[in-house]
Ligand binder design. Structure first.
Ligand code: ZN
Ligand code: ZN
Length: 524
């Protein structure tokens, strides 16, 4: 190697760069200790069916994420003595907090720098769907894509009609639609967070697009949008044979249960929040009750429900509010679980501490490790499951798009010492031009190994790739030299049955002022 070990930072040795150590978190420990048990329990319980390969790959990959012993890149600063070893990441799309946190930052930065017109107000519209549709939508990317398109088109149509002055005037809003897969307690709940330009573009006197802001939004408007979107979505699902409607109820087919019984069990459990029931696989269609046919219910200002669907549109960020825009985008793109929200709980349980308590006062969920792993497994999206889409004037095909997206600015990485919002973004985007400091190896590192190191943390100059160390003998030789572990932390073997003795407890603050009255309720 010809490199004195003492000049390398990035491992556990002291230095300006500290490798994040995922293996030190509660999440890592719980997965490491229970993954083999999950696999065994699923095979024992679900008629011999195993979890599908894409789920296992993600769970196994998470245990290797950020570990130097699984390979690393050597980077050196162009200007000073700084050197790093950077471990490969799992690039997880389901729950890995560090990979998804990094992607959140990249995507938010990309949206601000390349996609969303500056100085235009943004409004978030959140659509949730009935429980019985969630397992199906969670594993049918095409169907979820269609539901997303129908919903986004319904809202775009509403903006168009509201903001044009004559029926012949072209008025077009735009949207970035993000699929979130879970609720904050990690239950499977595929739902849509869509950020709309809160207004519409119309053609000015010279034919150039001019933004016209929405003057005001009422709860009745939100209810109108939900009624239209819900009817269109149900019509589409009916045409596709996913549901059938009779006088009393909606029936949902069991396509997932027939295609993949293990996944269907897992999904049903992850939606309800309970552990899988064991060998009994439900094959009958399930009913979606019409909830009394009372129509739209107002749950809060700009927030309405109808027959298991809900729509919320109260969150807005002004055009001048840079911080608010960025916070909104990060909220929309946030990972399902932040590392620090998973804690050891009492009696061998694991605690999900909620960032924002539920409306019933629940501030944490304590659950047994296997129930947690079921929720993590269900959080993994199937392959080719798109989570971010552009629509309206922001769609790649829109003629106005190039006229309204931000003009490319000098890249922050070119200014040493510039404050960094997030790790620099190289996110490819239909409208983004390659940056002036585009470097193919950096792109390669990002895509192949999930590594995102651009600037030296000591002096701000660029880092340069010296070598990729991927061959196990070479990796081991290097790490031995540094006194670093050459093997990953060992996984616990599978426990013996019985497996599905689920314990899920909701922790609630009582109504007494001293908060001493803590309730334990069985979830579900
Ligand atoms: Zn440097
Ligand atoms: Zn990862």
């Amino acid at each position: 190697m010809g490199l004195p070990a003492s000049s390398i930072t990035g491992a556990r040795s002291a230095g300006t760069y500290q490798r994040h150590q995922p293996e030190k978190t509660t999440l890592y420990a719980v997965v490491r200790e229970n993954l083999a048990t999950l696999y065994t329990a699923v095979e024992a319980g679900f008629e011999g069916a195993a979890l599908p390969p894409f789920v296992r790959k993600e769970l196994d990959g998470y245990l290797d994420c950020g570990l130097l012993c699984r390979g690393f890149a050597r980077l050196k600063c162009d200007a000073c003595v700084e050197q790093h070893l950077v471990a490969f990441s799992c690039k997880g799309r389901g729950f890995c907090p560090s990979c998804m946190g990094r992607r959140m930052c990249q995507t938010a930065a990309n949206l601000i720098d390349h996609v969303l017109p500056p100085d235009v107000p943004l409004r978030q519209w959140v659509l949730t769907v009935p429980f019985v549709l969630r397992p199906r939508l969670g594993y049918d990317g095409k169907l979820l894509g269609a539901v997303t398109r129908i919903f986004v088109d319904s809202v775009l149509g509403w903006y168009r009609r509201r903001l044009r002055t004559t029926t012949r005037e072209r008025a077009e809003s735009g949207a970035v639609a993000v699929v979130q897969r879970t609720s904050s307690d990690l239950k499977l709940n595929p739902h849509l967070h869509v950020v709309f330009l809160d207004g519409a573009y119309v053609a000015g006197p010279d034919g150039q697009p001019v933004f016209r802001a929405l003057p005001r939004l009422s709860t009745t408007d939100v209810a109108d949008v939900l009624q239209v979107a819900r009817a269109r979505i149900l019509r589409h699902l009916e045409r596709r044979g996913v549901i059938s409607v009779d006088d009393e109820a909606l029936l949902v087919d069991d396509d997932l249960g027939q295609r993949d019984p293990a996944l269907a069990q897992l999904a049903a459990a992850a939606v309800s929040g309970l552990a899988p029931a064991g060998p009994e696989v439900r094959r009958r269609p399930v009913e979606l009750a019409f909830e009394g046919r009372s129509g739209v219910v107002i749950s809060a200002p700009l927030s309405v429900r109808e027959f298991g669907f809900s729509l919320h549109a109260a969150t807005r960020a002004g055009g001048e509010d840079e911080k608010g825009r960025e916070a909104l985008l990060k909220y929309v793109l946030r990972p399902p679980l932040a590392s620090e929200r998973l804690l050891p709980g009492p009696d061998g349980l694991v605690r999900i501490a909620l960032k924002k308590p539920f409306s019933d006062g629940t501030y944490a969920i304590d659950l047994d490790p296997l129930s947690l792993l079921c929720r993590l497994a269900a959080a993994v999206p199937p392959p080719r499951f798109h989570t971010v889409r552009y629509a309206g004037v922001l769609a790649g095909a829109s003629k106005w798009r190039t006229l309204i997206v931000p003009r490319p600015a000098p890249a922050p990485a070119d200014q040493p010492g510039a404050p960094e919002r997030c790790p620099p973004s190289n996110q490819p985007d239909p409208g983004a031009r390659p940056r002036s400091n585009y470097r193919p190896w950096a792109e390669l590192l990002r895509r192949t190994f999930g590594i995102d190191i651009d600037t030296c943390p000591r002096c701000g100059a660029r880092m340069r790739l010296i070598a990729l160390i991927t061959e196990p003998p070479e990796v081991a030789r290097f790490l031995r030299h540094l006194g670093e572990p050459t093997e990953p932390p060992s996984r616990a073997p599978a426990r013996d049955p019985p497996y599905w003795q689920s314990r899920v407890l909701r922790r609630k603050h009582g109504h007494d002022p001293d908060h001493s009255g803590q309730q334990e309720l069985f979830d579900g």
